[in-house]
Design a protein around this ligand. Structure first.
Ligand code: MN
Length: 357
């Protein structure tokens, strides 16, 4: 595996490449062209400029998170083929620039949902949190308003203000899209892009839905072992792969995370490793990466990745906000750096034990 950190680009991120470079063991960044719109072609010039910027800081681009998929593709309307052509063009340009991993998601309207961005934990740190009660009490078009005050002046992925201004319209667009239709549209998209992925060896890695159940009546299709395997079988190509996000699959406590990892051997191309703390099944908050701070056994998660021979990028996922840092919720420097160091420690210990055995 390669340890990486997500970085939103110098114009958007409060964390610098120079800081990331100093986290022990981090050699790659997971990044994106944050100011592009879904459906737009990424030019080779912009991709190369981003690559050069990362290389100048002594690292490389280990993957893209994300090349977002447009609503037309998810809904399957008359604009989808045009948007897919543009997506293919972007993949070709990434491939030409020697980038071989693309994370994306297929969630309608909201990329991910939390009901609080700064819940205080007993140690005084703040974290993202979710309660079903809060979701049930709110109208989806108030969702953005209710959390936007906690974004620390940043723009959060999937929660861009321009997009959120259209929430009502978006719900209207998705009204005839049920789970089956959304799944078919995903398969249609993947079948169209597989040739270019094969040509350039680009591994597509779908991010699970977060949380792993329907929110506001919107369909969710990537939430469990059964559902991800259905997708793996529907387009049975190694380039149709998985971002294993422990914090997203883990929102559903029925998902056995180490077992899911083992079952997906060869198809996991990217791993997001983080911990959650559950108050009850539908009331959870994000925790430090350390097992004892949350509800997951992080050793077993990392061990499963090690055991299947996982050799792609791992990144610590959302961190807590600690030590007075002001940053995009979940994406500060300090706690993610602690997370990277901890995961590296687990990996080193597992590796040494295995070699001795
Ligand atoms: Mn994730």
């Amino acid at each position: 595996m390669e340890m990486t950190l997500r970085w939103y680009g110098s114009r958007f991120d409060t964390v610098t490449l120079e800081q990331i470079r100093q986290i022990p063991g981090v050699t790659g960044v997971i990044t994106t062209l944050y100011d592009t719109q879904p459906g737009e072609v990424w030019s080779r010039e912009r991709i190369r400029a981003l690559k050069d910027e990362v290389a100048t800081a002594g690292m490389h681009i280990a993957g893209i998170e994300s090349v977002n998929v447009s609503d037309a593709i998810k809904i399957g309307n008359e604009d989808r083929d045009r948007d897919i052509e543009n997506y293919i063009e972007t993949l070709r340009n990434l491939g030409e620039e020697d980038i071989h991993l693309v994370c994306y998601n297929f969630m309608p309207v909201f990329d991910w949902t939390r009901t609080e961005l700064a819940r205080k934990r007993p140690d005084g740190s703040t974290v993202l949190a979710y309660t079903k009660e809060a979701v049930d009490a709110i109208n989806p078009d108030q969702m953005f308003e209710s959390i936007s005050g906690d974004m620390n002046g940043t723009v959060m992925p999937g929660w861009e203000p321009e997009r959120m201004a259209r929430v009502k319209e978006l719900f209207e667009m998705y009204k005839d899209v049920d789970e089956e239709k959304l799944f078919r549209n995903l398969v249609y998209f993947l079948e169209k892009i597989m040739p270019v992925c094969n040509e350039y060896d680009i591994k597509m890695a779908i991010h699970p839905d977060d949380p792993a159940w329907p929110v506001f009546g919107l369909p969710r299709i990537i939430t469990s072992k059964e559902k991800i395997h259905r997708l793996m079988k529907a387009v049975d190509d190694v380039h149709n792969g998985v971002t294993f996000c422990s914090g997203s699959y883990g929102t559903n406590r029925r998902n056995n995370l180490p077992e899911m990892i083992r079952s997906l051997k060869g198809r996991i191309h990217f791993a997001h490793v983080r911990n959650l703390y559950f108050h009850s099944d539908d009331n959870f908050e994000e925790a430090a990466h350390l097992s004892s701070d949350g509800s997951f056994d992080m050793y077993e998660i990392v061990k499963a990745l090690y055991d299947i021979g996982f050799d792609g990028p791992i990144r610590p996922d959302h961190g807590r906000m600690i030590w007075g840092e002001v940053a995009m919720p979940g994406y500060g420097l300090y706690d993610r750096a602690l997370g990277a160091a901890y995961i590296n420690g687990l990996w080193e210990a597992i590796e040494k034990n295995e070699k001795r055995a």
